[in-house]
Write a protein of this length. Structure first.
Length: 296
């Protein structure tokens, strides 16, 4: 039976040959407004190490290019005022269940809940084809922890349109279906034992759906969702696939020893903790290493 070294033979852990960006270097990156000239390996290890909290909001705006979207659109308040009453009622039902232990959102109809309510109303007006769907509240709530209301709205719009994340919330969820299929193929290829065990126990790939819909923000530690959003904005949706796939590989031994009920709960909840280890450990696929760039 393959041991952990064999399982992870196609993965590496980035070491200190790629030093993380200092806070001042992040400031310079924001001023230069050009992420494409950076050393990809150094960018990756810097993001995995954690973006400076005080700069995270500005970096999210920069990575999402949401300021360009804002400049070419109608005023935010027009979208806030354009939401239907029935949609408002749907949003209100979910707001109280979104990060209830987070100080920003603890107070009923307080500042944080009001900002979230406004953004979700505005998005439902901006994108009437999709409207409001559960899961959006967790993404918006996370953005509000680092951004003002209006900046959070435009960054959310950019995620939904520029990153094409709105396809996850369409009827019949075409993009979610595609992502879960990609995860299935990756897992079947990289660790068939885990794939076959999940299949034999009747665990469908849909058990991982909420990780995509909420960027791991539902029922997980806040840090995990924030770190996943960092990686997603920087490297795209394949990063989420790699994080989940690598976490499943690392937990292979435990997974193979679990039966249906425990296995379902592990995949639906506990796996997220391992995903945070994957991000913090800077574990990446060897194919993602690029030697053709100069260090910044």
């Amino acid at each position: 039976m393959a041991d952990i070294c064999q399982i992870l033979e196609e993965y590496v852990i980035l070491d200190h040959q790629f030093p993380v960006f200092s806070k001042n270097e992040w400031v310079t990156i924001l001023k230069d407004n050009d992420i494409f000239r950076l050393c990809p390996n150094r960018l990756r290890i810097s993001v995995c190490n954690g973006i400076p909290s005080s700069l995270r909001g500005d970096i999210w705006v920069f990575l999402s290019r949401s300021s360009h979207l804002q400049a070419s659109s109608k005023p935010y308040q027009e979208y806030v005022n354009g939401c239907d009453d029935c949609v408002e009622k749907m949003i209100l039902k979910d707001i109280g269940r979104t990060f209830p232990h987070e100080l920003l959102f603890k107070s009923f109809c307080g500042f944080g809940q009001t900002c979230m309510f406004n953004i979700l109303k505005a998005y439902a007006s901006y994108d009437s084809d999709i409207g409001y769907c559960q899961g959006m509240n967790f993404i918006v709530g996370t953005l509000l922890m680092y951004l003002s209301e209006e900046k959070a709205f435009w960054t959310f719009v950019s995620i939904m349109f520029e990153k094409n994340w709105r396809e996850l919330f369409k009827e019949e969820t075409p993009k979610l279906t595609k992502l879960l299929h990609s995860l299935k193929i990756k897992l079947k290829e990289k660790c068939p034992e885990v794939y076959n065990h999940l299949k034999s126990e009747g665990i469908e790939m849909t058990v991982f759906a909420k990780y995509f819909l909420t960027f791991f923000m539902c029922e997980q530690e806040k840090e995990l969702g924030v770190r996943v959003l960092d990686s997603f904005l920087c490297f795209g949706e394949n990063e989420i696939l790699e994080i989940i796939n690598t976490a499943l590989l690392l937990e292979r031994k435990k997974i193979l020893g679990l039966k249906y009920e425990e296995l379902f709960m592990f995949c639906a909840k506990e796996l997220g903790k391992r995903c945070l280890d994957v991000i913090k450990g800077n574990i990446i696929h060897v194919n993602e290493i690029d030697d053709d760039y100069t260090m910044l």
